[in-house]
Ligand binder design. Structure first.
Ligand SMILES: *[C@@H]1O[C@H](CO)[C@@H](O)[C@H](O)[C@H]1NC(C)=O
Length: 372
């Protein structure tokens, strides 16, 4: 008697369950149809199914298996909707309506700048042996061989103690900087950590450039001194975590793209940076985000005594990565016109003496395709 009633209850529950499932399937099919009917967002070059679609699809499968006995026809309708969605003539029609210039066929490839790149292109090894010596030889040869000549160098003039010529910008009229100075459009960004020589910045300020000095140790967020702008900021290869921004009172580091954006600057005529071994990841960020297009001349201090922040791998791989980064600069039309190394610096290359290389080199490139 009891057993019988229990079975009856379970049977009832099961039936209600199946009925509910069927209703769910119907609603789902209805929604799917509705979604399919409205213009679907056109994802360029991406697979047509987002992860949400994938989840929904597997859920549909599960439900339809449960309700198989109830509604084979419904299931058929689901697959019908799916098929339609897949080759989606309606989508194509939508695309046509949106962009009449592309009648059918694949959408035009977006400009390189808009495509986020996730890694730089590694150059082939210098030799089959992958030895540190071969990598170092190629790299050192590369950074000490200017690729273009500059007839007129703006060099820092503080000759009292330091050797002349650590930092140099190019004022050769075949490149844009002189013209930008004449038309009073010249803008300079200088990134350094505290005790850095500012004489090139003073020279460029006197020449009429708008010079921005970035130093995260400053007290005020923005100020002006000796006709130069001072900002309590530094450049980084990523923007700070929003959680940290909330905790702290202010942000002290940003990506160059964000700084340009915040300041409303489209271009920088001279970008000078001594980032104490963060230069590799920063350079990588500039390459990957296409920010180099906004830079006319790049003056960088390279530090070679260790791999640098967040640069990993064995020694030959590190040097190959450094070399590949500089080749990316070359691919972006940058040409080396000046190199300087302080002979008093220690002879340390990845913690050891390799080919008597210095631990630091100051290099200057000009963007030969730059038309601000
Ligand atoms: C290494 O380089 C320094 C600085 O350029 C130079 O004075 C020294 O003679 C070099 N040593 C060798 C062994 O080449």
């Amino acid at each position: 008697m009891d057993m019988g009633r229990e079975r009856l209850t379970w049977g009832l529950l099961l039936r209600v369950g199946i009925l509910l499932t069927a209703v769910c399937v119907c609603i789902h099919v209805y929604l799917e149809k509705g979604r399919w009917g409205t213009p679907a967002p056109l994802a360029l070059g991406h697979p047509t199914h987002s992860s949400r679609d994938w989840v929904q699809q597997s859920r549909t499968k599960q439900v339809s298996a449960e309700a198989e006995e109830l509604g084979r026809s419904i299931k058929r309708r689901i697959s019908y909707v799916r098929t339609l969605k897949k080759d989606s003539p309606a989508r194509k029609r939508d695309a046509d309506r949106k962009d009449p210039s592309t009648p059918c066929c694949p959408p035009p490839r977006p400009h390189r700048k808009q495509t986020p790149r996730w890694h730089i292109d590694l150059e082939p090894w210098a030799s089959e042996s992958h030895s540190l010596e071969d990598e170092a030889k190629r790299f050192l040869n590369y950074i000490t061989t200017p690729q273009v000549s500059c007839a007129s160098l703006a060099i820092e003039e503080d000759a009292q103690e330091r050797t002349k010529g650590d930092w140099a910008a190019c004022l050769d009229p075949k490149y844009s900087l002189t013209h930008r100075i004449q038309s009073k459009h010249c803008r300079v960004y200088s990134f350094g950590l505290g005790v850095d020589d500012r004489s090139l910045e003073h020279t460029l300020t006197r020449a009429g450039c708008e010079v921005h000095l970035f130093d995260p140790s400053l007290k005020q967020p923005h100020s002006q001194q000796a006709e130069m702008w001072l900002h309590r900021l530094s450049v980084d290869w990523r923007d700070p975590n929003p959680a940290i921004v909330v905790q702290r009172q202010y942000v002290s580091t940003k990506k160059l793209a964000s700084i340009l954006n915040d300041f409303g600057h489209r271009q920088v005529d001279v970008l000078k940076a001594d980032m104490e071994s963060a230069e590799w990841k920063i350079l990588e960020n500039l390459v990957l985000e296409g920010v180099l297009d906004s830079v006319g001349q790049l003056l960088l201090e390279l530090h070679l005594h260790w791999a640098g922040f967040e640069v990993g791998g064995d020694d030959p791989s590190v040097v190959r990565y450094w070399f590949s980064l500089l080749k990316e600069l070359e691919h972006a039309s940058f040409r080396l016109f000046h190199v300087h190394s302080d002979p008093a610096k220690p002879r340390l290359f990845l913690h050891k003496n390799v080919l008597n290389a210095s631990s630091a080199y100051t290099l200057s490139w000009v963007n030969t395709e730059w038309k601000p």
